[in-house]
Design a binder for this molecule. Sequence first.
Ligand code: PHE
Length: 440
Amino acid sequence: MAATGSAVGLGNIWKFPYITGENGGGAFVLIYLLCIFLMGVPIMMAEVMLGRRGRRNPVDSMRYLAEEMGHSQLWRFLGWLGVVAGFFILSYYSVIAGWAISYVFSTGAGTFAGADAELVGQHFDELTKSPLTLIFWHSIFMVITMIVVARGIEDGIEKAVRFLIPALFILMIVMVLYAMTTSGFADGLRFMFAPDFSKITTEGVLKAMGQAFFTLSIGMGAIMVYGAYLPKETSIAQTSFTIAIADTSVAVLAGVAIFPIVFSNGLEAGSGPGLIFVTLPLAFGNMAFGTFFGTLFFILLVFAAWSSSISLIEPAVAWLIENKNFSRIKASITLGLLTWVVGLGTVFSFNEWSYIALFDNTPLQGKTFFDVLDYLTSNIMLPLGGVLMAIFAGWLMKRTACEEELAINETAYLLWHFLVRYVTPVAVMLVFLNAIGVFS
Ligand code: PHE
């Protein structure tokens, strides 16, 4: 349950639609789905397994497992890679979650009732152009996240998630039903599901893979930490598969709800990070009981973001507690403050620093701090971390240890082993090389 809460978040509802829009739709979605099932699920199984056997924060779990299996202590850097990735992801995640909180209030106040595309667009621009407002909501989100982290990963999250995910599901269905009534429904579906490979670039492939890792929360130790709390009798394969299905369904429903609205209002599918903050208010503003559904939706989105953000920072918190003798409270406050400060870089990416002259004439030209952070973490650090976990599990763990942990039948085991051992490392390598232009 907690791992599902980690997986389902802004990645599904905010990021998936906007990067699908930026990367041409169908072909991107297809590659994304392939990555989820061929790489995501087996790597998630490997990560849960490493966590359950390591039973510590990711750095020490890797150190411990490497020792148990007689391998180099350098493996602890894999843990570090994840701790750092989680920290940086949270820094921008919190800013976007802040947008969602602010939309709870604007939707609740009826701002979007009967609104047209221009008005909702204007509202979004005004919000993102005001650093102080963004800082305010970013701070609120960081505080509510760190309060829960400071109190420890408790069954509180599991209880919240048990209600949250089904509620989110129902609301997404309501939105899809609304989307069906709009004139752009067929176009929206075509955009999402009819693959046109001429629209996908080598970088698009890298982004589809990065998104698969991001949305499943794998490759950085979040799932490893939760694996450490997983009871011995729980089936790792079944858990991983269920999480992947739930996570993918939410993302696909979000796409099916959003693209019809894009096309029926003549909006731009590739308009970027503001996509859901323009399309969804537009939908809520024009459907029956829209203010009610809209407010409820943004509340659920904030909760979904919150249950993900806890898992982004938990590896770092656990490391400070287990190694530096920090109390949980002190670790949470320290990391919360640091993350908050780095988050300011993302706040300014949408206003003061939307153009960084320093990046001119480099490959980063035209990118913002947020773009760079997101690119490095999702597209490079998570796949790299994930594939190293796959390599560890597939090549360095003893077969008996894997079989004992996974407890699946022979065929399933062989399939998993083949995927982590050969398919994922080769695939990640090819996608990386492809993205830097080796094959073109
Ligand atoms: N999976 C989360 C989402 O989709 C984000 C996340 C990534 C959480 C990595 C934890 C670790 O929103």
